[in-house]
Design a protein around this ligand. Structure first.
Ligand code: DGT
Ligand code: CA
Ligand code: CA
Ligand code: ZN
Length: 570
């Protein structure tokens, strides 16, 4: 059944379509006025129609009223379908560009044959719009900026970006009057690699000030819906933000409800029903008496269901409920467990900071060691190190280690696995490094079989300790390589080669593959792949992925002391 806002959207679209088709303006205006009235109608319009009590919507006369009845009762409207068939879909898409209305769309189509957002972008870039009546160079700029904005909105946000955004929002919302606590929920709390929209949950003594504060933030583009216990907004350059509010006494059930993926939540509700309760965000309703049992903490919610508390990262419906019931949940790795970073760069190749600056920064954020893994010669764009430079680098590291002890810089390399499957340094040179991580950057278009063979060549080499960013993906920018993962993971387990979880915007391995690798018996490592000091912090995203992969400290290289690490890779 269609909600009021969905009904309104369709009526608005009818108005826009009529205008693009060049119909008399008052017809479009009439549909938009009705759309507006539906949107603001206090009750559920479609439900009233279905109950045979059609509401009185201002502006809906006989003709429009009949159309509303058809749409509300059947969920479809023949007239709408017919109109849509008359305009190219691209024209309606163009309406999503801020500042581009139906009249402009008609003008662009009639005079320049522009029929899609892509064509509009090309025309704006080519300076062709300013020739039209009422448009200018300024319009072209605004249109290009608007297209950029809708594109950013339609791709899922990288976890790193979402974290930063939420940090900045919470810093300003946290101190609002009436707020007891406010935390991220949804996919961000589960630490997914990408985030669709941001969900925030607040426990409040008074909801009004917080809703006003959210709606009033400077970067709000528009308010999608505002109620007394919920508000949704869309940010100018970002995603939608859904804010839910609840009384502190019901915080536990609300946080559970707005964190777990659907499968997880459905399983929890099933366990509740089996115990005679109906579970919702409001609490546990006793089926017999109708009494509502509140839970102020998540622990109370899980305990009532005879489950151990489940970390948010695991709430995906992939076996965590069964494990919680059996008491076999893993003791997940935390950032505090991490002692070192197995993948860092310096200005000797494509990094920004010197070895010393990187090392001091790593020490300052609490690492006991880093492995410096600058590139090898065939990666030309990264100014890979020739063998004599490797020797000079070793000398420099020894000098710094004397100064920085007990902090340790280990001498490593990011060894290029060449397109022909050979390795970029000879074995004698590889043997001289403390730790070797190998990776594929070139020949990415090869068939899966050939890529797998290259990965196996590195994994089975006794000097290679880690396969770095194994899929080569960059979130939202570059697709992962499709290797024969079962073979890769088995070989890694057999040869004691660890697989990297890279915390840069690659987030590679992803959580699913990392879990499969661990299940195959392979060891893993979390690393920042920092090219500047600020990026050392990326390690925490790798830890998030490791937690989503159910990993414990014992399964990772990065949790070891220097002595243990060198022992392991020897
Ligand atoms: P996303 O936004 O695509 O990255 O993924 P989520 O998991 O954040 O999904 P979202 O924003 O639709 O839902 C937020 C949380 O609310 C999610 O943990 C699921 C939970 N939830 C519980 N009941 C409902 C419901 O009736 N509708 C929706 N949309 N979410 C619900
Ligand atoms: Ca979400
Ligand atoms: Ca949401
Ligand atoms: Zn690297």
């Amino acid at each position: 059944m269609l909600s009021n806002s969905e009904l309104a959207r369709i009526f608005n679209e009818i108005g826009d379509t009529l205008e693009i088709l060049g119909e008399v303006v008052y017809k479009a205006v009439a549909y938009r006025r009705v759309a507006d009235a539906i949107e603001r109608y206090p009750d559920d319009v479609a439900a009233l129609y279905r109950r045979g009590e059609p509401p009185k919507i201002p502006g809906a006369g006989a003709a429009i009223g009949a159309k509303l009845a058809e749409l509300a009762e059947t969920g479809r409207l023949e007239y709408h379908d017919r109109l849509r068939a008359q305009v190219p879909v691209g024209l309606l898409d163009m309406l999503r560009v801020p500042g581009v209305g139906p009249r402009t769309v008609k003008q662009l189509h009639d005079e320049l044959r522009i029929d899609s957002v892509e064509a509009l972008r090309a025309a704006a870039e080519g300076g062709q719009l300013r020739s039209l009546k009422g448009l200018s160079a300024r319009t072209e700029e605004n249109i290009l900026a608007g297209i950029g904005r809708i594109e950013r909105r339609s791709t899922r946000l990288l976890l790193h970006e979402a974290d930063e955004l939420v940090g900045s929002l919470l810093a300003r919302l946290r101190n609002t009057a009436g707020v007891v606590s406010i935390e991220p929920a949804g996919s961000l709390r589960r630490r997914r690699a990408t985030i669709g929209d941001l969900d925030l949950l607040a426990a409040v003594s008074d909801p009004a000030p917080l809703i006003a504060a959210l709606d009033g933030l400077a970067e709000v583009d528009h308010v999608v819906s505002a109620g007394t216990d919920k508000s949704s907004i869309v940010l100018r350059d970002g995603p939608q933000v859904d804010l839910m509010l609840c009384p502190p006494a019901a915080w536990g059930t609300h946080l559970v409800h707005f964190t777990g993926r659907a499968d997880h939540n459905i399983a929890l509700r099933g366990r509740a029903l089996a115990r005679g309760w109906s579970l919702s965000e409001k609490g546990f309703k006793v089926l017999d008496s109708g009494e509502l049992l509140l839970a102020a903490t998540e622990e109370e919610v899980y305990e009532r269901l005879d489950l151990a508390w489940i970390a948010p990262e695991l709430r995906e419906g992939t076996g965590e409920i069964e494990a919680a019931a059996l008491g076999t949940l893993p003791d997940l790795v935390t950032l505090d467990d991490i002692r070192g970073d197995t993948h860092t760069h310096s200005d000797w190749t494509d990094g920004v900071d010197s070895i010393e600056v990187m090392a001091r920064a790593a020490r300052d954020v609490g690492r006991a060691w880093i492995v410096l893994t600058d590139h090898t010669p065939s990666l030309g764009i990264a100014r890979g190190l020739a063998p004599d430079r490797v020797e000079q680098q070793r000398t420099e590291i020894a000098r710094l280690n004397a100064e920085l002890a007990p902090f340790r810089i280990l001498h490593g390399t990011e060894l290029e696995i060449r397109a022909d499957g050979t390795l970029d340094y000879p074995d004698e040179l590889l043997a001289r490094f403390d730790l070797v991580i190998a990776s594929i950057h070139t020949g990415r278009a090869q068939p899966s079989e050939q890529l797998t063979t290259r990965a196996l060549a590195a994994i089975t080499n006794p000097h290679v300790d880690v396969l770095a960013h194994p899929t080569g993906r960059i979130v939202n920018r570059r697709d992962p390589l499709m290797l024969d993962w079962p073979r890769v993971f088995d070989a890694a387990a057999k040869h004691g080669t660890a697989l990297e979880i890279n915390g840069s915007p690659r987030l590679d391995l992803d959580d699913t593959l990392a879990r499969a690798a661990a299940a195959a018996g392979a060891r893993l490592t979390v690393a920042s792949d920092a090219h500047r000091t600020e990026e050392l912090d990326q390690l925490r995203y790798a830890v998030s992925m490791a937690r989503r992969a159910w990993l414990t400290p014992a399964q990772l290289l990065s949790t070891r002391s220097v002595g243990e690490l060198l022992e392991l890779v020897r």
